[in-house]
Design a protein around this ligand. Structure first.
Ligand code: FEO
Length: 169
């Protein structure tokens, strides 16, 4: 049985995941406007992944007979200046999400909710990957700074990313 407190925190995290999708769509639109289709595609796939993360919380709350609540999502940042600070902003956001997931896990442990802990374990692992993929691209962007050709090559590389639904991983 899901406690009210944990249900509230899970609904809040579901909102954070859908907000993440919204933020990465904003970044995708920015890259599209800068004629960087590979970066735009990468961010679009990131947004799709975030939608599946939100759905995982939705499905879990339903599966344990809890009550889902769709909450207000604020407008994300839309004004981006160049690729490097955009990805740095994304990394900071992922660190925020990791912190929220860890606090959720602490709460699930305090409440001895084993099912929630198992579900959240997936997110703990996922966040390590999320931060790592943003960090890797930041390092590449730092290397190509001021090199237009290098940026175009990186754009091509990021354009190779394909969307893999979590269930097929
Ligand atoms: Fe679902 Fe990127 O956090």
């Amino acid at each position: 049985m899901l406690s009210e407190k944990l249900q509230d925190a899970l609904n809040e995290q579901m909102k954070n995941e859908f907000y993440s999708a919204y933020l990465y769509m904003a970044m995708s639109g920015y890259f599209q406007s800068e004629d960087l289709p590979g970066f735009a595609s990468w961010m679009r796939i990131q947004a799709l992944e975030e939608m599946t993360h939100g759905e995982k919380f939705f499905n879990f709350i339903c599966d344990v007979d809890g009550r889902t609540e769709m909450r207000e999502i604020i407008a994300p940042k839309n004004d981006f200046q160049s690729p490097l600070p955009t990805f740095q902003f994304g990394l900071e956001h992922e660190k925020f999400v990791s912190d929220r997931i860890h606090k959720l896990m602490d709460l699930a442990q305090e409440e001895r909710d084993h099912a929630a802990q198992i579900m959240l374990q997936w997110f703990v692992t996922e966040q390590v990957e999320e931060e790592s993929s943003f960090s890797l691209i930041i390092r590449k962007l730092q290397r190509v700074e001021g090199d237009g050709r290098g940026l175009l090559l990186l754009d091509q590389e990021l354009g190779q990313r394909v969307f893999v639904p979590p269930a097929a991983e």
